[in-house]
Design a protein around this ligand. Structure first.
Ligand SMILES: Nc1ncnc2c1ncn2[C@@H]1O[C@H](COP(=O)(O)OP(=O)(O)O)[C@@H](O)[C@H]1O
Ligand SMILES: [Mg+2]
Length: 290
């Protein structure tokens, strides 16, 4: 049995993809066999993780050799971008998630996504459509310690499928008004509703593990105000992680350079995510001990 976690908020551009990829990267570094599932039509997660690891001499290159020897792929992400790979949507159609799993390192696998995932709405019946992903995850979860989902920001089948497949949801609260409203007014109720529905459907629930204040800029008045309001909000404050992830240009830069701990600035940025990962694992352990 793997731990299954979704990083979510109804709002886009808050940092869900970045945080889900970096936490997956760190868990794999720590020896957890980790799978990151990109469940957004945008391929951001596939590219962020894919562009973190060189293609040549990789496990991936053994499984996916070049079709033409003259091709040059600096990163695994380049290969996926130009040569393609089985997408999560194709795997859903074929009812075989394994066919879409690609290895990045010994401990880190991903399931890439692409625009075809927009067809998800046509795949199931009313009775099965919310559980499509869970049904396939059930078949492969024993191969992993942790499975992380990165959904698209919406109240549609994409988000619902990742939440139904998860044990835990982590809310990503960018310290700005829209992100706060997206999370506090709708998202928390939505998770509670889905948890009840999941109980009825398969006798399992999904819990909101916590909320992370994200892309915080301590020199900005609005950021400070949103953090203050969040700390005073009864429902949100008890869920907030102690670790705050600050706005850092280095993290934005990971999108083109890949995730790294190369120099002191990368290392400092990554330390925030190390602390967050510690807290996530502590909370899960406490929950399991109950
Ligand atoms: N801590 C951070 N500091 C600065 N920029 C960040 C940080 N986290 C993410 N970003 C940038 O914010 C933008 C949105 O992030 P992304 O993870 O794609 O959000 P979402 O998945 O919620 O749409 C991207 O350009 C990303 O590089
Ligand atoms: Mg995203």
């Amino acid at each position: 049995m793997a731990l299954k976690i979704t990083f979510g908020n109804f709002k886009g551009g808050v940092g869900k993809t970045t945080i889900s990829c970096i936490v997956a990267y760190i868990l794999a570094e720590r020896g957890f066999k980790t799978l990151h599932v990109n469940f957004d039509l945008q391929t951001n997660a596939t590219m962020l993780l894919g562009n973190t690891f060189p293609y040549e001499n990789s496990l991936f290159a053994k499984k996916f050799p070049k079709k033409n020897q003259d091709d040059e792929f600096e990163f695994i992400g380049d290969y996926i971008k130009y040569e393609g790979a089985t997408t999560v949507y194709q795997a859903l159609v074929q009812k075989d998630l394994k066919s879409a799993i690609v290895p990045l390192t010994e401990n880190l696998d991903i399931v890439p996504s692409s625009i075809d995932l927009s067809e998800l709405n046509n795949l199931g019946t009313k009775a099965t459509e919310k559980m499509l992903l869970k049904t396939l995850i059930d078949e492969i979860e024993d191969d992993y310690d942790v499975i992380i989902f990165d959904p698209k920001p919406s109240i549609d089948l994409h988000t619902t499928n990742t939440i139904m497949a998860s044990d835990y949801v982590i809310g990503v609260l960018k310290t700005e008004v829209d992100s706060f409203e997206g999370l506090s007014y709708y998202y928390l109720d939505y998770i509670e509703g889905l948890s009840k529905e999941k109980q009825e459907l398969c006798n399992e629930d999904v819990k909101l593990l916590g909320i992370v204040a994200y892309q915080f800029d301590k020199s900005d008045t609005i950021d400070n105000l949103i953090l203050e309001i969040s700390n005073e909000d009864e429902r949100i404050s008890k869920l907030l992680f102690k670790t705050i992830i600050y706005y850092r240009k280095r993290i934005k830069g990971f999108r083109s350079r890949g995730i790294s701990r190369n120099d002191i600035h990368d290392k400092k940025a990554m330390e925030m995510f190390d602390d967050l990962t510690d807290e996530i694992l502590e909370r899960i352990l406490k929950d399991d001990n109950k």
